[in-house]
Ligand binder design. Structure first.
Ligand code: 5GP
Ligand code: ZN
Length: 119
């Protein structure tokens, strides 16, 4: 069923607590934790606790949960004090775009200059 935990999913394991993570925020529906391989001074991943493979399926099947993830991305940016200098929220979608974990997640990147267009 959509949203059910997947046994082989790294981020479902982080939600369950069986894989450790540096959690910066948690709500009833979301978890935000620091990326293990940060690409900027602020690099936090915001995930829905429920499993959806990517942002589009999350938005299509659970729009309120997608909104929760976006709201939390903004809260993370505020807590890390990167709102004033600007930050980026990225959903890599598909292996060709760099998605390696197929549990929807927003990257929140900030604290340094960010090039446009992205690589
Ligand atoms: P993607 O490449 O799918 O857009 O993003 C996956 C992200 O998860 C990568 O930036 C990667 O560094 C991060 N990541 C992979 N394994 C772990 C882990 O075990 N813990 C944490 N905190 N981040 C991870
Ligand atoms: Zn998952």
């Amino acid at each position: 069923m959509a949203g059910e935990p997947q046994a082989d999913c790294l981020f479902c394991k982080i939600v369950a607590g069986s894989v450790p993570a540096t959690v910066v925020r948690e709500t009833e529906t979301t978890v935000a934790f620091r990326d293990i391989n940060p690409q900027a001074p602020t690099h936090v991943l915001v995930i829905p606790k429920a499993h959806y493979p990517d942002a589009a399926s999350l938005a299509a099947q659970a729009p309120q949960l997608a909104a929760d993830v976006l709201r939390e991305a903004g809260e993370v940016a505020a807590e890390d004090k990167v709102v004033g200098t600007g930050y980026r929220v990225v959903f890599n979608t598909g292996a060709g775009a760099g998605q390696t974990v197929f549990h929807a997640h927003a990257h929140v990147l900030g604290g340094r200059g960010l090039e446009w267009p992205p690589g």
